[in-house]
Every structure is written in structure tokens, then in C-alpha cells.
Design a protein around this ligand. Structure first.
Ligand code: ORO
Length: 319
């Protein structure tokens, strides 16, 4: 049984896409609906539609053998259709017919934009639709990541949480310092309806260089972009577990980063994840990835004698 509950809403299985992967337009979202994913989330919306950064802006990175085996680098720059497109999509979304809830990612470029967007979603009174507010896009030139400014995060939440009313989540960047885990968890724990944190967004501002051509792998920002996929698994597991240990009772963690098979999914759950998002591997393999990782996770659980994900969630043993 791979089912889970996030923010009070049931998912038939723990897997869905990471915001940004396979979810900008309706045809991609439809493919997620038709896939084995237990839910789906839309591309981070800004108030106005955006073209994003110049291409090429996504590149799979080889592990020496397999293209994409090492992970990916990307700098999309929040290309999206504008929040009204996703609001309309959410309005006609039929949770019962699809058998999956809909997550909506919002990434306001200012607090005023975020206020306008969350107010519009709150007023639409959409059941089975959950907001994930993005505090961690590393790819908009001139815009620092909110998640690295604890005070700005606190003031933003103080404004948005009451407007959202319903349980919601935030997408966090990776942290690398125990003091930062403590500080961010303290902020998160102040807001009752902040029900989950999604850990992690891409590891910001890596640089990938092709050995033969001596060129950067992507065009924006002199080649700097967010790292994803296998190479970020251990950073993701640490962030999932750090927040799992620190969040107030009832709050949850959604794990994302480095899931290429059922094995990494199992590790994310052991670290404390209540659901699992897939980004790079979805980009490389397409929506069939969900049926594969479900089979693989089920087979690991069967071998270990676990019947549900709750039985081992957060139960990583320490030495
Ligand atoms: N890329 C990321 O890695 N994370 C985000 O939140 C947004 C983007 C992007 O649009 O570039």
C-alpha cells in the first residue's frame, strides 16, 4: 500500500512530479493525470506569463555512462503561462474523476504579486487543490531566493498564511548548516496552517562544463543553474530528515531530490518524507517513470515485510 495523506488530502500513492518538471501546459498535465502518479503539481506560476531564460536552459549530465545518470542542470527562469492559466485549470479540475488531488505552485516575484495570487485561489474555494508556495527559485536574474532570508520568509508567511486559510506548503531550497535548519524550522512552526515543507528545490548555481567543447552546458547566467537528480540525493535526504526531526507535530515533509528508482524513494521515506516528487528522472524518462518506481518501491517493501509507508516513515536508524 503506497497511499499517503498530505495536508489532510489523500493520495493513492506517494509519487508525483516536482514542480517545474512536465507541468507547464495542459498537455503535460494531462500526461501526468494519465500516468501512475498519485498527484500532480503545476509549474510555478508568476502573476504574468513569462518566457523564461534563453535556451538551451536544461541539460542532463552524464555519470560517465548514462546520459542524465549524474543528474541535471537547469535555469528555466520561471517560464510559465501566468497564474490565471493555472487558476482556470484548477477550477475545471475534477478531483473525484481524476482520483488525484492537484497541487498548485506559486512563485510571486513580489509579496504584492503573491498576495494577489493566493487571494484569487482562496476565493475560488477549490477542494482537493493544495498550494505549494515556492520560496526557492534560484534562476531569476536579480532575484535572491526567499528561502535564504529567514526574516523575509517570516514576514511573507505572516502575510500569506492567513490569506490562504487552508493547509498549504512551501518549497524550500537546500540548507547546508545545522543552524539554518533550526532557524527555518522555528519560522515554519509559527504558522498553524503551514502543513508541509517540500525539500528540496534544486541546489542553486552549479556550473556544468563540457570537456570536449570547453563550453558551459546551458546558456543563461554564464552557464550557472540549479542542480538536480542523482547528485543531490544526499543533500535532499539530509534536508528531509532535518525538517522531519524539527517540525511541530502534524506538519509533514515532501521529499524531492535524487529519486531515480524505488530505492531512493524508500530512503526518502525512511528519512521522513510523506510523499515524493520526481524532477530530473521524469524529464529523462517521461511519465512512465511513475509506474516503474511504484513497482520498485513495492518490491523493496515486500522484501522487507512492510505493508504501508507509515511503518517505516522517519524510522532511519542512527549509530
Ligand atoms: N528552477 C528551479 O530549479 N527551481 C525553481 O523553483 C524554478 C526554476 C526555474 O524556473 O528556473
Amino acid at each position: 500500500d503506497l497511499s499517503t495523506v498530505i495536508a489532510g488530502v489523500p493520495l493513492s500513492n506517494v509519487f508525483f512530479n516536482a514542480a517545474g518538471a512536465w507541468c507547464q501546459r495542459e498537455d503535460e498535465l494531462q500526461a501526468l493525470l494519465d500516468s501512475g502518479a498519485g498527484s500532480l503539481i503545476t509549474k510555478s506560476a508568476t502573476y504574468e506569463a513569462r518566457e523564461g531564460n534563453p535556451t538551451p536552459r536544461y541539460a542532463p549530465l552524464a555519470d560517465g555512462v548514462i546520459s542524465g545518470g549524474g543528474g541535471s542542470i537547469s535555469s528555466i527562469g520561471l517560464a510559465n503561462e501566468g497564474y490565471k492559466y493555472y487558476l482556470n485549470y484548477a477550477r475545471q479540475f475534477d478531483v473525484t474523476r481524476h482520483g488525484k488531488p492537484l497541487f498548485i505552485s506559486l512563485s510571486g516575484l513580489s509579496l504584492a504579486d503573491s498576495v494577489k495570487m493566493v487571494t484569487a485561489f482562496a476565493q475560488a474555494e477549490l477542494s482537493g487543490c493544495i498550494l505549494e508556495i515556492n520560496f526557492s527559485c534560484p534562476n531569476v536574474p536579480g532575484k535572491p531566493q526567499l528561502g535564504y532570508d529567514m526574516n523575509a520568509m517570516d514576514t511573507t508567511l505572516a502575510t500569506l498564511a492567513p490569506l490562504i486559510e487552508k493547509p498549504f506548503g512551501i518549497k524550500l531550497p537546500p540548507y547546508f548548516d545545522m543552524a539554518h535548519f533550526d532557524q527555518v524550522a522555528a519560522v515554519v512552526n509559527k504558522y498553524d496552517n503551514l502543513a508541509f515543507v517540500t525539500c528540496i528545490n534544486s541546489v542553486g548555481n552549479g556550473l556544468a562544463i563540457d570537456l570536449d567543447t570547453e563550453r558551459a552546458m546551458i546558456k543563461p547566467k554564464n552557464g550557472f543553474g540549479g542542480l538536480g537528480g542523482r547528485m543531490i540525493l544526499n543533500t535532499a535526504l539530509a534536508n528531509v530528515n532535518a525538517f522531519y526531526r524539527r517540525l511541530a507535530p502534524g506538519k509533514q515533509v515532501i521529499g524531492v531530490g535524487g529519486v531515480v528508482s524505488g530505492k531512493e524513494a524508500f530512503l526518502h521515506i525512511l528519512a521522513g518524507a510523506s510523499a515524493i516528487q520526481i524532477g530530473t528522472q521524469l524529464m529523462e524518462e517521461g511519465p512512465p517513470v511513475f509506474d516503474r518506481v511504484k513497482r520498485e518501491l513495492e518490491s523493496i517493501m515486500e522484501k522487507k515485510g512492510y505493508n504501508s509507508v507509515e511503518e517505516f516513515r522517519g524510522k532511519v536508524k542512527t549509530l
